[in-house]
Design a protein around this ligand. Structure first.
Ligand SMILES: C[S@@+](CC[C@H](N)C(=O)[O-])C[C@H]1O[C@@H](n2cnc3c(N)ncnc32)[C@H](O)[C@@H]1O
Length: 505
């Protein structure tokens, strides 16, 4: 049985499963529908490069940049391209703690072939670097740290604890040695109580539906939770009427303390996170975290980062994007007020990705081809080229055009994505393959899907697409092999009805 006692969110089973899910590397972004386009897009890269340029102008020396939790490496690619076009002299280290993601960085030429760029396996909780660095980039990484979910109510702190157990009627199905296996509560309990084998990672996408999750609050003490006294110092400044929900993690302080020992005398950390800028922003414990599939993200209280910086004689500058769940924070040893003013001015814009997202929504909702094309025209007139290169924007246009049967145009738009994101654009590969099949280029579809599988050999939907392609080519041995691999790797929404077809082959 899994331990279903009430625990802090970051010590709970939900956090463990979320972290485990990242071991699947690139496919995790697609299987769990984790948004990555705005955080890896040209618009954010442009903003970061402008901030690095300001910082470098103050330092007047070559800048060592380290990006932590670089994910698919696409942000690094764009940031390096833009830095190359700037006057900043730099060295860039691209890092991740998932070995398969670090190996994938090699397929991005600007990372693998530039003298001033390297990649490395780095765990943000245990950073050991050969050189001190000046700029650290942490995009949607702080919000993966294990947290305690707290509530401030009438001057008193409460912790919301979570109990996780397997539902009585839970069922989990998967293929093992060619047979469909059905697990009930007792089997799932045994499975989850033991270390999870790599070959069982695909089923994680379906585990969340099997869980019963119950929350309860308990009074707690700021000084017990945070021995540094930072949380308590912040608490003492709150009035009796201040209330709301927020997270706390001592791992933030440990990481920041540890990074400072490895940073150069002058440094800047850039954090882009799911975050809150005041305690009243989250009205419910459920607002203090977000979930994509099995991956949890915890809101970062920027007001506590401010408290840490005050205590450590650091400057903290934050965006104030209105009505946004995301903010950008800058932590720096630079005390210059000019630097603060210039960075604040850069952050005083709309959130990166927001304008293009508005058009993306309109295009997704367009109910006729004419309307879709009109929105695309409008978007092209009002968005910058950086904004127009956004993955989800281009993918939404391509998907809509597929719905309306404009397959040549689907190929045109997915080619933009493929040019930019290459083998990492797994759903663009699928969509282009479908359009190629519709236009009769079946063998091209096969080569494209095989290229995708070289990057992501555990992405179930590529095998499914390959089975459809092989069926059109009448290569039934390939259909059989592809369906077998599909069922071995299937994550979300398994197409069990295809088992009959597989058995008949
Ligand atoms: C939400 S994704 C963000 C990826 C990328 N920065 C972006 O914005 O697209 C979080 C990333 O953090 C990585 N990660 C999780 N725990 C980590 C750790 N302890 N050290 C370094 N990276 C970690 C995951 O592998 C994942 O790629």
């Amino acid at each position: 049985m899994i331990d279903s006692s009430f625990k802090s969110l970051g010590s709970s089973f939900l956090h463990d499963l979320s972290m485990k899910s990242w071991q699947r590397g690139i496919v995790n972004f697609f299987s769990e529908s984790i948004p990555f386009s705005f955080s890896s897009g040209n618009e954010y890269a442009d903003l970061v490069v402008k901030m690095i340029q300001l910082f470098s102008d103050h330092l007047n020396q070559s800048i060592n940049i380290v990006e932590f939790g670089s994910g698919n490496g696409v942000f690094a690619k764009k940031c390096i391209q833009k830095l190359n076009d700037s006057s900043v002299s730099f060295h860039y280290l691209v890092t991740e703690n998932i070995p398969s993601l670090v190996a994938d960085f090699d397929s991005i030429p600007i990372i693998s072939h530039s003298n001033h760029v390297e990649s490395k396996l780095v765990d943000i909780h245990n950073v050991q670097l050969d050189q001190p660095f000046h700029v650290g980039i942490l995009t949607y990484l702080l919000d993966t740290f294990p947290v305690k979910t707290l509530e401030l109510r009438e001057g008193q702190l409460f912790e919301w604890m979570v109990s996780v157990s397997v539902k009585d009627d839970a069922i989990l199905q998967f293929m093992c040695d060619g047979d469909l296996v059905t697990w009930k509560k007792a089997d799932i309990d045994v499975f989850l109580s033991n270390p999870i084998d790599d070959n069982m990672l695909p089923v994680l996408s379906r585990i969340h539906d099997c869980l019963d999750i119950v929350w309860e609050s308990q009074p707690c003490s700021a000084l017990v939770l945070d021995s540094t006294g930072i949380l308590d110092a912040w608490l003492q400044k709150q009035s009796k009427t201040d209330q709301g929900f927020f997270n706390f993690s001592s791992a933030w302080w440990e990481m920041l303390d540890s990074l400072q020992t490895q940073m150069a005398d002058n440094f800047m950390l850039l954090c882009y996170d799911f975050s809150s800028i005041n305690v009243s922003q989250s009205k419910d414990y459920l607002d203090s975290f977000g979930r994509f599939g099995i991956c949890y993200f915890y809101s970062i209280p920027f007001f506590l980062l401010q408290e840490y910086c005050d205590r450590h004689n650091l400057q903290f500058i934050s965006s104030q994007f209105p009505d946004s769940e995301n903010q950008i924070g800058v932590i720096t040893y630079l005390k210059s007020m000019t630097f603060k003013r210039d960075v604040t001015a850069l952050l005083d814009t709309t959130e990166p990705g927001q304008d293009v997202y508005g058009y993306t929504l309109k295009i997704q909702e367009a109910n006729s081809l004419d309307l879709c094309l009109e929105f695309v025209r409008e978007a092209k007139q009002s968005l910058t080229l950086d904004q127009q290169s956004d993955y989800v924007f281009l993918f939404s246009i391509a998907s809509k055009l597929y719905e309306f049967g404009c397959y040549d145009q689907v190929i045109h738009y997915t080619d933009f994505i493929l040019f930019d994101y290459g083998g990492f654009s797994l759903n663009a590969i699928l969509l282009k393959s479908k359009a190629l099949r519709k236009t009769g280029f079946i063998k091209d579809a096969l080569s494209l899907v095989d290229m995708g599988l070289k990057h992501a050999s555990s992405y179930d939907l590529l095998y499914l697409e390959k089975a459809f392609i092989a069926q059109e080519l009448n290569q039934m041995d390939v259909v059989k092999e592809s369906l077998t691999l599909y069922f071995d790797t299937v994550m979300v929404n398994p197409q069990w009805q295809l088992l009959d077809l597989l058995k008949s082959l």
